[in-house]
Design a protein around this ligand. Structure first.
Ligand code: GLP
Length: 251
């Protein structure tokens, strides 16, 4: 692994995605070792599938437990039934929550079936505050530089809100959307940029060359709402964990 600084953030470049995933899982284990009641922010998407598999496989032998941990997911499609196989609720239950020793009451994912989404987003923010804020937030990055479902143009001041998905995000995520009979929603509930920046520590992971344009803009372009991930350079305690394919010879 080699590392460098871009503005206020650290970029760690791993030889391949396996090494990167080991390191990202390691950052979660050390967080839980230092504070067993940690509040962890979680992400979805294909990048995180090997991450969850690694954490599930190793957490017991790493001597950590999720018994006292609290989690908040970044986002969820809207509207979608929690039990829809394409929901992030289903993704998280199948790949993570049902396979670790976490308490159901400590798990939070925005409710894509909320009848009153404005109330849901307010309550989600309040729940994060009540939990004491997020200690360690994991993030992926969209091909257009989005974080969570904060698409280009989202205010850096935004808190949890309902958002419209862009055509490029819909196209990127469509292959993950199975034909369960449900239409792919064109909206989502997402933590806002300001919500994400309130986390005490941020770890963004990106693998593969489809992410190199977004990473390039986020790291080397201006800090602008047009590239949501660029704001992470201002956080002060953020790390990008990327593989060689994703960084694409940028440095
Ligand atoms: C999705 C999620 C993001 C995720 C990103 C990348 O739209 N809302 O939280 O980081 O897109 O996903 P993937 O890992 O599948 O490329």
């Amino acid at each position: 692994m080699r590392s460098t600084r871009f503005g206020g953030l650290t970029v760690e470049v791993y030889r391949d995605s396996r090494e990167l995933i080991n390191a990202a899982a390691g950052s979660l284990f050390s967080q839980l070792r230092s504070k067993k009641e940690s509040v962890i922010g979680l992400a979805t998407g294909s990048t995180f599938l090997p991450f969850y598999a690694k954490v599930v496989a190793d957490y017991r032998k790493e001597g950590v437990s999720f018994m006292d941990a609290v989690t908040f997911n970044l986002d969820e499609y809207y509207p979608i039934a929690n039990e829809d196989s394409n929901s992030y609720h289903s993704y998280m239950t199948a790949n993570f929550f049902s396979r670790i020793d976490i308490k159901k009451a400590n798990v939070h994912v925005p409710d894509g079936s909320a009848a009153n989404p404005e109330l849901e987003v307010r309550e989600y923010e309040e729940a994060i505050l009540r939990a004491g804020g997020i200690d360690l937030q994991f993030l992926g990055i969209g091909r257009n530089g989005h974080i969570g479902f904060n698409e280009p143009g989202t205010s850096f001041e935004s808190r949890t809100h309902v958002t419209n998905l862009t055509d490029s995000t819909l196209a990127a995520n469509r292959p993950l959307f199975s034909d369960s009979g449900s239409q792919m929603p064109v909206k989502a509930i997402t933590m806002g940029i300001a919500t994400i920046l309130s986390a005490r520590r941020l770890v963004l992971i990106a693998t593969g060359e489809t992410k190199s344009d977004a990473l390039h803009s986020a790291l080397k372009g201006p800090v602008t709402e047009e590239v949501p991930a660029s704001v992470l350079r201002k956080h002060g305690n953020a790390t990008f964990m990327v593989d060689e394919d994703a960084i694409g010879g940028m440095f």
